[in-house]
Design a protein around this ligand. Structure first.
Ligand code: SAM
Length: 317
């Protein structure tokens, strides 16, 4: 069973904060400290070719990630929390899988965007970087303590296009004029966290007995927040993600919401060149993405990308 699986040490992923610096300068900074950048990582032909080099990363070597151009990969165990690039906001210490949702949403500079469950703000700052700090990025969180962290995190990262709302997103009216031009929404709600590698060993049998009940209530919350995101009048693309491995919080939520929104939205293939897909027993499974420590050397994650149907043709898939 999952809870007795031995913890797999994950690489240390570093996302370069493009609001403050660029990838070449960060590589140069690490090289000046005696690290060696693996030049081959600029030119892998396939994910299969890249994975073994992540597995064998050791000592002071590091790579560029295969899928995400602003992510660098270091050996497990590197702690950069005291590193000057971290303390000045030039790098964000964010697991690779958790960088995928904002990468897929990819709002253009100038667009209007909602991050409905934003704290502590890793994905919010990544969205702002993609938007080059241009446009409006509404970031919500209902938890007071986490909202404070969100505020200071975004300030440290140099985010200027964010409008912060200490508010329950479910209580925000989609008809409010403030949000009339919102086309992109990131939905990264609270979840069981069962995909987080450092938490796997702490799941006990006692917790298992109430798991079904807990997953049921998490799933209803996740479905209502996703449906609420889809109810904004001009929304075009919504990315849904969790750090859960449970189908109840993932494919089942997507299935329920697609049905309940009556064919207005369809799934597009999330990160097309990612090989690890959603569960095959859902007909749309291949359009969703899963990540795991065993296959991808990341935390367990699930991502789905929903887009509004614009014509009959598009909605047949
Ligand atoms: N996206 C964040 C990041 O990448 O840094 C992580 C988000 S965390 C998984 C989920 C967040 O949703 C929590 O901070 C929680 O307080 C917030 N949340 C839960 N229910 C909410 C609601 N109804 N409205 C707004 N925020 C909510």
């Amino acid at each position: 069973p999952e809870h007795v699986r031995k913890e797999v040490p994950l690489p240390r992923y570093v996302r370069v904060n493009l609001l403050k610096t660029n990838v070449e300068d960060v590589i140069g900074h690490y090289e000046s400290e005696g690290y060696t950048f693996d030049q081959c990582s600029n030119n892998y032909n396939s994910y299969e070719e890249y994975l073994p080099s992540v597995k064998s990363l050791m000592g002071k070597h590091f790579l560029k990630d295969f899928h995400l151009p602003d992510v660098l990969v270091f050996p497990p165990g590197k702690d950069f929390h005291q590193h000057p690039l971290y303390t000045d906001g030039s790098i964000i210490l964010q697991d690779k899988a958790s960088c995928i949702p904002a990468h897929i949403l990819s709002p253009l500079p100038g667009s209007h965007v909602i991050d409905c469950c934003a704290a502590p703000g890793n994905k919010t700052s990544q969205l702002a970087a993609g938007m080059k700090n241009e446009g409006k990025l509404h970031a919500f969180d209902k938890d007071g303590a986490r909202f404070k962290i969100l505020k200071s995190m975004l300030a440290k990262a140099g985010v200027q296009c964010a409008h912060l709302h200490h508010q329950d997103f479910l209580k925000v009216s989609p008809l409010d004029k403030t949000y009339q031009d919102v086309e992109f929404v990131l939905v990264d709600p609270s979840c069981s966290g069962s995909g987080i590698v450092s938490r796997l060993n702490s799941i006990t049998d006692k917790e298992d007995s109430t798991l079904t009940q807990r997953l049921g209530s998490l799933a209803s919350f996740q479905a209502s927040i996703l449906k609420h995101a889809l109810s904004f009048p001009n929304v075009r693309r919504v990315v849904y993600s969790t750090c859960s491995t449970h189908r109840e919080e993932n494919e089942e939520v997507v299935q329920r919401v697609l049905l309940e929104t009556g064919g207005q939205f369809h799934l597009t293939r999330a990160l097309p060149n990612w090989t690890h897909r959603g569960l095959g027993d859902f007909e749309f499974g291949h359009l969703c993405l899963r990540a795991s420590a065993q296959q991808d050397y990341t935390n367990g994650f699930f991502v789905a990308c929903l887009e509004r149907c614009l014509g009959d043709k598009e909605c047949l898939d």
